[in-house]
Design a protein around this ligand. Structure first.
Ligand code: FES
Length: 216
């Protein structure tokens, strides 16, 4: 097993957060990715051992969700939303431009190991379409040009911020946060931007309120 003692201890720590230990599997797999750069066979065995379930059961989860990667991910995971709204607003163009610029196909990593490009499904940020995600941080209202600038800045080691504020970290650092080990940057940036609150502003102007639920 290649996982070190610290990782084993943290896997047990995650499992112990839950009344049913196996509820911790999803964050445990994120921790494996933060350490190994992907979900490795060793990571699957470790999760199974800590949770007292079979490797096949862990494998079933790890292959079901697209956020778990079996191939090594680059320093930064760039996801371009190509669901309907983003696609028609320019997401398809952004994805095509990045594939050409980075010389990779979908779910492939650049030769220098810096960027993994993937088309992703709706990120529930359609009000800021077209949206790109870098390690699951939002890059709102992108264009092919701005997307190229983002990946060029990342590859050059320049500091890049999400359009919502936070500084972008590496994919492995983000995976550690998803495992439930905060990086204390959760409050950087707004909780909700103007586009997300437009409906609320209109409702207030019009005096609209939600209907009261009937008590039974
Ligand atoms: S369609 Fe792209 S965020 Fe919803």
């Amino acid at each position: 097993m290649s996982l070190d003692e610290k990782t084993w201890a943290e896997l047990r720590e995650i499992a112990d957060r839950y009344p049913e230990k196996r509820s911790g599997l999803l964050p445990m797999l994120h921790l494996v990715q933060s350490v190994e750069g992907r979900v490795t066979p060793e990571g699957i065995e470790a999760c199974a051992e800590v949770l007292g379930i079979s490797a096949a059961e862990v494998n079933g989860v790890a292959t079901f969700y697209t956020m778990y990667k079996r191939k090594p991910v680059g320093d930064y995971h760039v996801g371009v939303c190509t669901n309907t709204l983003c696609a028609v607003m320019g997401g398809d163009l952004i994805f095509e431009r990045l594939k050409e610029h980075l010389d990779v196909g979908n779910d492939e990593t650049t030769a220098d190991g810096s960027i993994t490009l993937e088309h992703v499904e709706c990120n529930a940020a359609c009000d800021y379409a077209p949206v790109m995600m870098v390690n699951w941080e939002f890059m709102d209202n992108q264009t092919p040009e701005s997307a190229v600038q983002v990946v060029d800045d990342l590859r050059a080691g320049r500091e890049v911020h999400s359009t919502r504020g936070p500084r972008l970290c590496t994919w492995r650092e983000a995976e550690r946060v998803l495992a439930g080990f905060p990086d204390d940057r959760a409050d950087e940036g707004p909780a909700a931007g103007p586009a997300s609150l437009a409906g609320l502003a209109i409702a207030r102007e019009q005096g609209w309120t939600a209907p009261k639920g009937e008590s039974k």
